[in-house]
Design a binder for this molecule. Sequence first.
Ligand code: UT7
Length: 336
Amino acid sequence: MYQSRIIGLGHYVPENIVTNDELSKLMDTNDAWIQERTGIKERRWVKPGSGETTSTMGTEAAKIAIERAGIDKDEIDFIIFATLSPDYYFPGPGVMVQEALDIKTIGALDVRNQCSGFLYALSVADQFIKTGMYKKILVIGSELHSRGLDKTTRGRGVSVIFGDGAGAVVLSRSEDAKKGILSTHLHSQGEHAKELSLVAPGMGKRWVSDILRENDPNDESYFPYMNGQFVFKNAIVRFVEVINEGLQKNNLTKEDINLLIPHQANLRISQFVQHKFGLRDDQVYNNIVRYGNTTAASIPIALTEAWQEGKIKEGNLVVLAAFGSGFTWGSAIIRW
Ligand code: UT7
């Protein structure tokens, strides 16, 4: 069996910075509340009318990852795109990246696993490479949340948290069994699907025509809903569980971790996990303070920044972990 290694990383965030103070002009919130509860100081929100979308941001991140991988775009065998905020209801953004990068008619797959979407996508890519089916796979996580948030006081519990952005990696076949993605671990618990969800428009509850017909100003069904405290409580348990699962699978212990990159859900969640594993500040990478929670994009953005800042060195043990809507959660144990 082959091993897969990350050979290129890139990220892209929109230029437009939105501070907590700016949000307090839109809704009843304040910088102190947001920082204390989430650690967020600012996030990037696509400027309306800029033409930027989930797929264009994903494409920009992908271009950088491909260039850094030192490969030609036509060497890519497959594209996997994780998002909860696609440009279209269908088709998904994977094919849009294929077109934008002018890559030949390779396959493109879209992954719908929200905050753990990038880890699910990475795991799928890893399996394709391990079996020998593909040699180079482009894996993207991108989100454009800002257009779909309720930016009034009614939606403040959710809208202050989420930001826009994209990250991408190129995964490549390697024959060095000791390096690369050592294992991935994926879980879900559908009984809690509604606790962090956006139920309309959808074929299950209400479609666009129903929303328009009812024209109800109190309708909140087309805004994201989050049972914040319940999600928080589950997140801290699952993060710890799934990191331990990954370590045990590889006969490793917490002392072996060089860098933990948690999905940037909430700085308090990352800090809880950090303390559980007894990690120093420099062993956990967080950038939620600048970007908010970018869902499927948060891990590839953080991974790219950590790598750019020289925090990831050859031979390091890098642990990725995520939890979110579904509920879904997962981890990846990587020997760099
Ligand atoms: O990435 C996917 C996974 N997502 C997560 O992991 C998120 C997990 N949950 C959280 O991060 C936290 O639950 C939140 C940051 C979302 C909320 O923090 P919290 O400490 O759980 O606050 P809360 O929802 O219990 O609200 C506390 C108070 C409420 O007021 P009352 O009822 O105590 O008077 C809210 O109405 O804070 C109020 N509140 C706000 N106040 C100012 C809620 N949102 C805001 C806001 N600004 N933006």
